[in-house]
Structures are given as structure tokens and as C-alpha cells.
Design a protein around this ligand. Structure first.
Ligand SMILES: Cc1cc2nc3c(=O)[nH]c(=O)nc-3n(C[C@H](O)[C@H](O)[C@H](O)COP(=O)(O)O)c2cc1C
Length: 204
């Protein structure tokens, strides 16, 4: 059975993004082996002075770390391994401040590791998660297809680029305008479910 890693950052009570994710899980739990990581309960470590230097010395400098040093990197390494071990990734998150929540960015900082999930070749940088596919489920409060926010959705370009860097083709199901079009939010979720079903049928 193919494996699916689900990354959920949906902390708000009655989260609309979670409704989309719950539908994905309901629709597919018999068809795939799911590992669910709730990023609001198990957050990756931010890259700070100690772990950043250990990571750089190990992954770029080839340094052998002691068990104690290795344990400093253990949480983020575990998240990276979950990515290496999966066939599919589903990331569910709202938009925060024109971009992604810091915790979601921390997940990318944890798993994008030189020599493990991307590498340097004669032809440049290569993502090493090539047999993996990703689906992004995102909602926002405002409509990003019209002014004043047209062109300032930094979330989707970042997510598509970051997955692509890892060698992972990603598609996004975005339901933007949940607050702006509050009266249509139910309908938007229903549309998202149709899209989720189409991706699921392609995957499994
Ligand atoms: C901290 C925070 C920042 C937000 N920033 C934005 C934003 O930049 N643009 C936007 O359209 N909506 C923004 N919103 C609104 C949410 O993206 C929107 O309500 C989303 O649907 C919430 O998802 P949820 O129902 O899964 O919690 C923000 C909400 C919060 C709580």
C-alpha cells in the first residue's frame, strides 16, 4: 500500500482548511497508509545557533557528529525521514500574513537537507524526493484574484517552489476569500471536496 504523509497546521476551532483535510482523510484512509503529523502539536525546531551550525557542519562540511550533537538534530531529522519514506504528501494550512505560518516554514527548513533531500550534481541542484507527489490544501480570508491583494499571494509560489526544489511536483487546491465571501464558504468547501476527489482518484 502506498504511503501518505499528512502535515496539518489547522489550529483554529472549526478550521475550514481542516474540513478540506478531513474530507481527504475520510475519502482515502482505506486506500493508503497515512502518517499524520499535527504541526500544531509537534512543531519542528526553528533553526537557531546550535542546531544550524551542527546541520551545516554535518550536511555541508561532512563532519561526524557525536551522539549528543546528533540528538540536537533528531526531531528535524525524523521529519525529514518521514518525507523520504512517503509516496505522497498532503499539506493543509491557512494563509497567514500573505505567506505560510512560521511553523509550516519551519517544517521546510527541517526537511530541506543537503545530501539527503536535495543534492548538488554536475548539472546543478537536484531534488532527491523524485518519486513523491504533493497536494497543498489552503484557505485564506481574502480574494487574491483581485485588488488590493492581486499579486501578493506569496504562499502558493513558495510552496510550489519548495516542493519542486525537493523534486516533488505539487498541486494546490486553494479556497481564497473565506472571510470576504463568508456567505459562500460552505459552497467553496464543497467545491474543494470535488477537487480533492479528483486528485485522490489520480493518486490511488
Ligand atoms: C494570524 C493570521 C493571519 C492571517 N493572514 C491572512 C492573510 O495574509 N491574508 C488573508 O487573506 N487571510 C489571512 N488570514 C485569514 C485566514 O487565512 C483565513 O481565515 C483562513 O481561512 C483560516 O483558515 P482556517 O479556517 O483553517 O483556520 C489570517 C488569519 C490569521 C489567524
Amino acid at each position: 500500500m502506498k504511503k501518505t504523509l499528512i502535515l496539518s497546521y489547522t489550529p483554529r476551532d472549526n478550521s475550514n482548511t481542516k474540513k478540506m483535510l478531513d474530507f481527504f482523510i475520510e475519502n482515502n484512509q482505506e486506500k493508503t497508509e497515512i502518517t499524520l503529523v499535527d504541526l500544531t502539536e509537534e512543531a519542528p525546531d526553528l533553526l537557531l545557533k546550535e542546531n544550524l551550525n551542527l546541520y551545516v557542519n554535518r550536511n555541508f562540511g561532512g563532519a561526524e557528529l557525536t551522539d549528543e550533537q546528533q540528538s540536537v538534530l533528531a526531531k528535524n531529522d525524523k521529519m525529514m525521514q518521514q518525507l523520504l519514506d512517503t509516496d505522497f504528501v498532503v499539506l493543509a494550512s491557512p494563509m497567514y500574513n500573505f505567506s505560510i505560518p512560521a511553523t509550516v516554514k519551519a517544517w521546510f527548513d527541517a526537511v530541506i537537507q543537503a545530501g539527503k533531500t536535495f543534492g548538488y550534481t554536475e548539472n546543478g541542484i537536484k531534488g532527491l524526493c523524485e518519486d513523491t507527489k504533493a497536494l497543498i490544501l489552503m484557505t485564506s480570508g481574502s480574494d487574491f484574484g483581485m485588488e488590493p491583494y492581486k499579486g501578493v499571494n506569496f504562499a502558493t509560489p513558495f510552496l510550489i517552489t519548495a516542493f519542486d526544489f525537493l523534486g516533488i511536483p505539487a498541486e494546490a487546491i486553494n479556497k481564497f476569500g473565506m472571510i470576504q465571501y463568508a456567505d459562500k464558504s460552505e459552497q467553496m468547501i464543497a467545491e474543494a471536496k470535488e477537487d480533492i476527489k479528483m486528485v485522490s482518484d489520480k493518486w490511488y
